[in-house]
Design a protein around this ligand. Structure first.
Ligand SMILES: [Mg+2]
Length: 286
């Protein structure tokens, strides 16, 4: 665990008097008065429909995180289902802070800083027990699976679209077939649309544990945020503080209902306002 020096107390970051500033959620004051609060050392967030979704609350959260980063060096990690190329499309339209690390392709790719190459240690982790061709062969037997564009087909991820009406049955059948063939993979369904097949241990949550180990950051000073099925792994493995935004998809809500723990929080507010609400709940901001 890192021994953080006590940072200086700072003035409230933002003073809001209008309850309308963030939609439907009354954040009247946000401050990062570090002397009184839990230190936020690491924030990991999904992008689409978690961090990204409402421009006003995103701007406010960016201010909070930037203040944290400048004051105590908080690390910011984006964990997205998007490919790196698709992430770069997103940042042309959204005002996002530059992350310390980008976890892309549902966890199967880790990029440090501005590096364009995959982290080789993570590639080694995923390479052991993965046979992409066999996965594709088995999945091709399912007429309900529609292949996603080539840009989303990655070295350690095979991706399809799948209707929510048949998703539960198809996922079970796929898992059975993969197990029969001795393929140790994860089948992840998200957002009522995306079905991703990854090497076991290639998900977002395992990628986060990999980073936390490398950086030696206390889980009690770490926060994970998400909204859909491919974020479940963020909440599943460690004891990081978890924020589920108010607009979360049913698969993540159901998982949360079945696995209630005190260090996970289901926000009322949507998108980045939900993250802010969770940061207040866990006393990272006040
Ligand atoms: Mg999402």
């Amino acid at each position: 665990m890192l021994a953080w020096k006590m940072p200086p107390r700072v003035e409230p970051l933002v003073q809001l008097s209008s309850a309308d500033t963030i939609d439907h959620y009354k954040i009247r004051k946000l401050s990062v008065s570090m002397g009184l609060l839990t230190h936020l050392s690491l924030l990991i967030t999904d992008l689409d429909h978690t961090l990204v979704g409402n421009d006003g609350s995103l701007d406010l959260l960016n201010q909070v995180l930037d203040r944290y980063r400048q004051t105590i060096g908080t690390k910011i990690v984006y964990a997205t289902g998007r490919s790196r190329e698709s992430y770069q499309d997103l940042i042309t339209t959204q005002r996002l802070l530059v992350p310390d690390v980008l976890i892309a392709a549902v966890g199967t790719e880790i990029y440090f800083d501005a590096a364009e190459t995959l982290d080789s240690a993570w590639v080694d982790e995923l390479s052991h027990n993965w046979c992409r061709e066999e996965v594709v062969t088995i999945a091709s037997r399912f007429a309900d699976l529609e292949s996603q564009p080539q840009s989303e087909q990655r070295p350690f991820k095979v991706s399809y679209y799948l209707s929510p009406n048949v998703a539960a049955a198809v996922v079970i059948q796929l898992q059975e077939l993969f197990a029969q063939q001795g393929l140790d993979v994860e089948v992840i369904y998200s957002g009522g649309r995306d079905l991703d097949i990854l090497p076991r241990g290639g998900d977002k949550g395992t990628a986060v544990q990999f980073l936390r180990d490398r950086w030696q950051i206390d889980p009690a000073q770490s926060v994970v945020c998400g909204d859909s099925g491919n974020d479940i792994s963020l909440f599943k493995y460690g004891s990081e503080r978890g924020i589920i935004v108010g607009n979360a998809q049913s698969e993540l809500r159901l998982w949360h209902e079945l696995h209630p723990v005190n260090h996970h929080y289901l926000a009322v507010a949507d998108y980045a306002a939900g993250i802010l609400e969770g940061l207040q709940y866990f006393k990272f901001v006040e």
